[in-house]
Design a protein around this ligand. Sequence first.
Ligand SMILES: Cc1ncc(COP(=O)(O)O)c(C=O)c1O
Length: 367
Amino acid sequence: MKWKTALEEMKPYKPGKSIEEVKRTYGLTDIVKLASNENPYGTSQDVLDYLNKNPLQYEIYPDGHSSRLRKKLAEKHGVSEEAILFGNGSDEIITIICRALLDEGKHTIMATPTFPQYAHNAKIEGAAITEIPLVDGFHDLEAFLDSITKDTAVIWICNPNNPTGNLTPVGEIIKFLNKVPEDVLVVLDEAYFEYITDEQHVDSISLLKQFKNIIVLRTFSKAYGLASMRLGYGVADPAVVTPLNKVRNPFNNNSLAVAVAEVAVMDNGFIETCRSLNDQQRVRFQELAVRHGLHMFDSQTNFVLIQVPTDADEASEFLLRQGYIVRSGNALGTPGYIRVTIGTEEQNDGFFAAFEELLQKGGSHEA
Ligand SMILES: Cc1ncc(COP(=O)(O)O)c(C=O)c1O
């Protein structure tokens, strides 16, 4: 076969262990998955009620335009309906952006470590990649600017950043955008937007009035609690959305996902509750880190990246045996740390107990 040469050095996505797999392997009955930043509170009750009452016409193709959801989101964000692009998860929008803008001879810039799908898809397209190391978990936007060349086509800002959770203030993004050439697309990936509690933070969709070369990515997978549905969207100037739409598959969003998203997007109360509960629990993680003298990045998301006293793979394995699935920093470019989704109060109680055991085993950093 004449595979793309870029594929030679790449590996397929290795998903974290599933709950069923962990139960089987370790003979456990109760597992808490804190590895993929899903919503531990589930989804809106309105969504569950809707699912009980509304059978779908399974034989009919989805509305390829997702018209009703499009209208609702356009109203919510104060943009035109043409400013929205739907993806099968925001993952697919990342793929679409790479497919439409990157190929051999093109260049793209991102942080490291950051969400790996930017580099993954850019590699498949054969583009040159510059990865700019984070500074204390933050994007180094000055270094981004210094790396722009005439071939740079896409710049990725993961905000807040996965896996550190740090939030780049919109003020800094504005200063940055003022210096980026207008023909470079800047992607603001805001998968965790709904969890931000920083009062200074401004909704970056408002920047679209000033900057035509940005796309803001949002998802129903995190705070909306609909990761299984695979639905994300981008908001951008219609002049950006139209070419991206040429690359999009005609029926990339299934009818069920779109139907439940229409319900979910109306339940602001659920999002506010989740944001507030998540914030309360995030504080408990901060206290845990301080108590044990462990470094933890300043997260504005529903996960934390926290230092561990042993090798991160060993720490994750230890926690797994206690029934807690977390992500080892070794796989995320942050050795010495684990990434933990912030669970419910009860889940965190259990996690903290398991973590304390890990510290006793591995030696606490406590002075
Ligand atoms: C920063 C970031 N962007 C995008 C995604 C993809 O989300 P989805 O494809 O489920 O919308 C994730 C998922 O973890 C993420 O962390």
